[in-house]
Design a protein around this ligand. Structure first.
Ligand code: SF4
Length: 262
């Protein structure tokens, strides 16, 4: 799932995901010490017009064999500082329940892993995919969190029933949003989104600057000054529980960078 606006020049693979991944097994990405991202698939429910991973999808390897999954699990087992495993792609919920749970159970079985994150737009683009059965299966693991990509208040309201199934099954639900020109780049639209997320029991987590990806950032990136203005305006009108962190993914940075530091 996507991100930010400046200062790096736009490229098609700003985070080097297609580069030879050195000691990493195929389909595993690692940019931060305590987290890894598993490319479970290159499919999504719909192609988002602002997708900054479009160039990557279909080119980067995915974990589509038992051998590749075993290699990823073995890597995490040998790197005990990894405590958070993101199941992403693409969208992991385009896979069957059985395949999803194969990923979840494989990583959740490792003692050191505290969180297995389902990164998805299913509650927005295919809410029927989040069945009560799937929610129960995810909740049973006790380690699964769901992180939903939601960009507008209308999308948050659409996601609400699926989010409710997850919450009621014991799966914490949070959101990530991309700040997009012409979509959610006014204070009023952002505040409406944050309120709709809270009403749906989806904890607003991050608002990302659009990633510096050629062909996308020119169309959708919001200037930093405007992003700061939106953040300030919302912070003055909504409680901390509903206020996400406004950040950018900066190539080479050791963390997500708060926009006030850019
Ligand atoms: S869900 Fe994420 S990866 Fe898939 S098309 Fe949308 S932005 Fe791209």
């Amino acid at each position: 799932m996507p991100r930010r606006s400046s200062p790096a020049p736009a490229g098609r693979d700003p985070f080097g995901e297609l580069g030879a991944k050195r000691a990493l097994p195929p389909g595993l990405l690692r940019r931060f010490r305590d987290r890894v991202l598993v490319m479970t698939t290159d499919r999504c429910f719909k192609r988002c017009p602002h997708c900054t991973r479009a160039f990557i999808l279909g080119r980067a390897p995915v974990v589509d064999t038992p051998e590749r999954l075993a290699a990823c699990v073995d890597f995490v087992r040998r790197h005990r500082e990894v405590r958070d495993v993101l199941l992403s792609g693409g969208d992991v919920l385009t896979l069957s329940d059985r395949e999803v749970m194969r990923f979840v159970n494989a990583f959740a079985a490792l003692d050191q892993v505290e969180v297995v994150r389902i990164c998805t737009r299913a509650p927005v683009d295919a809410p029927e995919r989040v069945t009560a059965r799937l929610a129960r299966l995810l909740g049973r693991s006790k380690k699964v969190w769901a992180n939903i990509h939601v960009n507008t208040a209308a999308e948050a309201r659409k996601a609400a029933p699926a989010a409710a199934r997850l919450v009621e099954a014991g799966v914490p639900v949070s959101s990530q949003t991309v700040l997009l020109k012409g979509v959610n780049d006014t204070p009023a639209k952002m505040l409406a989104l944050l309120r709709a997320l809270s009403a749906a029991r989806i904890r607003p987590y991050y608002v990302f600057q659009c990633d510096p990806v050629a062909g996308v950032s020119e169309r959708f990136a919001v200037p930093l000054a405007r992003a700061r203005e939106i953040e300030e305006w919302c912070a003055a009108r909504i409680g901390g529980l509903a206020l996400p962190r406004f950040v950018a993914d900066v190539p080479g940075a050791s963390r997500k960078v708060p926009i006030e530091r850019l």
